[in-house]
Design a protein around this ligand. Sequence first.
Ligand SMILES: NC(=O)c1ccc[n+]([C@@H]2O[C@H](COP(=O)([O-])OP(=O)(O)OC[C@H]3O[C@@H](n4cnc5c(N)ncnc54)[C@H](OP(=O)(O)O)[C@@H]3O)[C@@H](O)[C@H]2O)c1
Length: 349
Amino acid sequence: MSNNFLIYGANGYTGELIVRFAVECGMKPILAGRNAEKVEALAKQYNLNFRVFALEETEKLDAALREVSFVLHCAGPFSITSELMVKACLRTGRHYLDITGEISVFEQMASLNTQAKDAGIMIMSGVGFDVVPSDCLANHLKNRLPSATNLTLAFYGLGRISHGTQATMTMNLGKGGAIRRNGEITSVPAGWKTREIDFGEVKKLGVTIPWGDVSTAYHSTKIPNIEVYTIVPKPQIKLLKLSRYLGWLLATKPLQNFLQSKIPAGGPSDEERANGKTLLWGEASDDTGNRVEARQQGVEGYTMTALTALKISEKILGGNFCTGFQTPAKCYSADLILEIEGTTRQDVS
Ligand SMILES: NC(=O)c1ccc[n+]([C@@H]2O[C@H](COP(=O)([O-])OP(=O)(O)OC[C@H]3O[C@@H](n4cnc5c(N)ncnc54)[C@H](OP(=O)(O)O)[C@@H]3O)[C@@H](O)[C@H]2O)c1
């Protein structure tokens, strides 16, 4: 096994960005994906080795994993692609990283904790913007208030979203929202609650969304009640609420196929990423009235995803990993995010 890693889905928008950043910092990952033409062209552009296979081609998948110590899986929606990849990692004893934000995927990975420990591997989903910055903020708040029973997180991403993110969101349209209540993931209507969020430099109306932390922040902090808010324009909040009644229609195959076909390829340009940023806010409280609050600022979401995914990759290459199912802050601490250039954090109360 070489001390290297595989990037699967390397030719997607986020995969390509990660490849570019990896090469810029001297890494030489092996690229992989199912589209021979695109993967080969990308590998040639950066003078990297590549492998071409679909996830169903088990022998090729296992052989590619045996050449490396871990995979950074970038081919989503992960509710479709993650199972075949993580099973191959368990078979071959290689660590598994992905950039999902899907609650069902995090929960499936958590259910593999014992198998991962037995195989001596780390399974860490969500090594991108969802959930590294928010998992670190959640753990920072928990460290400040160990008796916390309620956690509220919010984020504001200033920038455009990519093809894969839109495809994943479209696939989940009409499925409603989710929060954590008394330790259980609980379904709530889409756009369930709104509240004003004070990010410091700007105050905005936030709306609840089923973000990855509903799963992961519980695994890393054990806080039993969790809500996550994001900022969307007011008309979109109305649309979210409307989707409660149109859920059945939005999930039908013909409409899904139509909506998916309308999603433009690619994602934010270099200039858009350079001009974007991400703002986070979080609050933890306990049953006796204690309360702590903090804010965090960082680079644009896709830049953040590439930087956090590669920071964690660098740690594994250096032999720094924790076996079993892990969240970023659980293994690498709440201060992991402060290792990402451009990140700042303040305690408000
Ligand atoms: N957590 C975060 O913060 C974060 C940040 C960025 C992206 N994401 C997620 O990452 C995923 C990728 O986003 P993106 O914008 O980079 O997407 P994209 O540009 O659409 O690229 C998707 C990539 O996945 C591959 N792929 C899709 N389905 C596949 C399958 N069934 N088998 C094998 N390969 C498959 C595609 O291969 P082909 O070219 O062969 O179709 C392509 O390489 C999305 O799920 C998105 O939500 C999460």
